[in-house]
Design a protein around this ligand. Structure first.
Ligand SMILES: NC(=O)c1ccc[n+]([C@@H]2O[C@H](COP(=O)([O-])OP(=O)(O)OC[C@H]3O[C@@H](n4cnc5c(N)ncnc54)[C@H](OP(=O)(O)O)[C@@H]3O)[C@@H](O)[C@H]2O)c1
Length: 295
């Protein structure tokens, strides 16, 4: 019997990959677009979970506009914290399990080594604070919640670093990219595949199962935005790859401050789930191949 999954979000990078890959797994996935489930309305979100009575809720919607969040604080907290908390309140012992997502931006990036799940978070901006509040409220409200913290999500869809860099290359101007922020790129496709691979067993797992809680998920390998841009161009354009000039974060001021090194440690993912993330470069090659097919 397939697991009935209620997903929030249809248009984001992760949401699209979940929808695309779901047919390969024993899940019956219903994905709600913003028009039917606005996370700016936490009560509506709670009502939907209550009425639909799924086996598993996947929250693939989030307020991800990191810079806009600095001045749109109320919406960022409603979408990233209040609504996930309401979802979580409807999940748990007698209800569905919940999979929710958070970010490396809960850290200030000053640790000097990859972050463990047990490291104290210290967000630098509103987005990070709202996501931290969301993960804390979800875990406090639902004993059957898995919160996956991820980083630098990329895919062949929508606006993300890969598609933005390729657009800039097409425009032909000079390309200057920050080279002093470090992190682990993560393929939305890999994250979605992992989530779907766990859906059946997490939906049936009782509270207290060690797989519930906070777990880091990212592709293997640390890089900078500049080196990621170079890899994108090498993969997509080969000999025609444009040069990428290294700049410092200070040369590219943004409303929100980003962690200098928010690199996530994924040892817990590997030991708890037996899942070893593949190198980001291999995942990137697949994304570029997909973009070439659809171009
Ligand atoms: N992108 C990253 O680099 C990154 C890094 C670390 C963690 N994460 C986390 O990973 C998860 C997935 O991110 P992603 O990259 O897939 O995000 P994304 O591509 O920016 O998509 C966000 C999704 O949330 C939806 N959404 C936003 N506000 C909404 C609202 N009020 N009601 C309903 N839906 C709403 C968007 O719908 P519309 O299309 O209608 O706006 C879109 O479907 C998120 O929890 C994010 O915080 C992402």
């Amino acid at each position: 019997m397939s697991v009935r999954v209620l997903q929030f979000g249809t248009t984001g990078q992760l949401a699209r990959e979940l929808i695309r890959q779901a047919p390969a797994w024993p899940v019956e996935l219903t994905a709600l677009p913003r028009a039917e489930a606005d996370l700016n309305d936490a009560e509506q979100v709670a009502r939907l979970v209550h009425e639909r009575r799924p086996d598993l809720v996947i929250n693939a919607a989030a307020y991800t506009a990191v810079d806009r969040a600095e001045t749109d604080i109320e919406t960022a907290f409603e979408v990233n914290a209040q609504s996930p908390a309401c979802m979580a309140g409807m999940c748990g012992a007698g209800g569905p399990a919940l999979i929710h997502f958070s970010t490396d931006y809960v850290f200030d990036g000053e640790k000097g080594a990859p972050y463990l799940e047990t490291d104290p978070p210290e967000p630098l901006g509103v987005y990070g604070r709202s996501k931290l509040s969301g993960e804390q409220m979800v875990l406090a409200s639902c004993p059957r919640a898995l919160v996956l913290r991820t980083s630098w999500v990329v895919s062949a869809h929508g606006r993300n670093f890969v598609t933005t860099m390729l657009r800039l290359a097409g425009e032909g101007g000079p390309i200057r990219v920050v080279d002093d922020q470090f992190g682990r790129p993560t393929s939305a496709a890999d994250l979605a595949g992992f989530v779907l691979s766990q859906a059946e067993s997490l939906a049936a797992a009782p509270a207290g199962d060690p797989r519930f809680g906070l777990v880091h998920f990212a592709n293997a390998g640390e890089t900078t935005w500049k080196r990621l841009a170079e890899a994108i161009f090498a993969e997509a354009l080969g000999d025609a790859a444009p040069p990428v000039a290294a700049i410092a974060t200070a040369d590219y001021p943004t409303p929100a401050q980003r962690p200098a090194r928010g690199t996530l440690d994924t040892g817990k993912l590997e030991s708890l789930f037996g899942y070893a993330p593949r190198p980001w470069r291999a995942a990137l090659a697949e994304i570029i191949a997909e973009l070439k097919v659809t171009a």
